[in-house]
Design a protein around this ligand. Structure first.
Ligand code: 13P
Length: 250
């Protein structure tokens, strides 16, 4: 059985004071029945990891460079994330693909580096509204899967997040049938490409406007193994009921 995962992506939000939200989360979930991952900005990873040192909440980064070290001003390597206390890293988020021109080839190289450094790569993929309207969603997902996911992937070091771009930060979500169609498709492709243990073991998260009031319905969709939550992960009061909804679906 796949262990469910509630992941929070703080994006470019959070100062030292925001660690109070993490402390509230630690207090609210002393013995979680699901995995919890919080991905604060890189500046807070080390302190966040210290907050969770005695607790199963994992801390992750939001990006890493594909190389181990070198002349790359402003970049952070997977090894550095690991060294600062991270256990995972989000890669290929549509905001990075959009803002920084990251291609699926770049994402695959970063994911390989992350896995080599002992991090779990949370690889994001999803279609734009124009691509969905043109009935290209599954083709887009197939291409992003083929190119973004490295062969070095295992059930432990890979998580896929399906995040339709049009659902991110908009309050819009696909309906259950639309989410189910994509998650089933991703599962089938994983099983076709990898050994059964990997194909069946990799967790597939849904991301895009997950809130306390829609989490329950989303978590009931087959092959949804959890969520990658943006805005609603910033406050423990919002993220906590999402974690609770995931626990009751487990
Ligand atoms: P929102 O939950 O704010 O829509 O963001 C989703 C997301 O991009 C998580 O990576």
């Amino acid at each position: 059985m796949r262990r469910k995962l509630a992941a929070g992506n703080w994006k470019m939000n959070g100062l030292t004071a925001s660690l109070g939200e993490l402390r509230s989360l630690v207090t609210a979930h002393p013995d979680p029945m699901v995995d919890i991952l919080v991905c604060p900005p890189a500046t807070l990873i080390s302190q966040a990891a210290q907050c969770c040192a005695e607790h199963p909440i994992g801390i992750g980064g939001q990006d890493c460079h594909a190389e181990r070290a070198g002349a790359h001003t402003g970049d952070v390597s997977a090894e550095m994330l690991k060294d600062s206390g991270a256990c995972a890293v989000i890669l290929g988020h549509s905001e990075r693909r959009g803002d920084h021109g990251e291609t699926s080839d770049t994402v695959r190289a970063k994911a390989r580096a992350a896995q080599a450094a002992g991090l779990m790569a949370v690889i994001c993929m999803g279609e734009s509204l124009a691509q969905r309207d043109a009935a290209n969603t599954l083709d887009i997902i197939a291409a992003q899967m083929a190119l973004s996911i490295p062969d070095s992937s295992t059930a432990e070091n890979l998580v896929i997040a399906y995040e339709p771009i049009w659902a991110i930060g908009t309050g819009l979500t696909p309906d259950a049938a639309q989410i189910g169609e994509v998650h089933d498709f991703i599962r089938t492709r994983l099983e076709r490409r990898f050994d059964p243990g990997v194909g069946r073991g990799v967790r597939i998260l849904y991301g895009g406007s997950v809130k306390p009031d829609n989490a329950d319905a989303i978590f009931r969709v087959p092959n949804v193994d959890g969520a990658l939550v943006g805005g609603a992960s910033l406050k423990a009061g919002d993220f906590s009921p999402i974690i609770a909804a995931l626990e009751s679906s487990a």
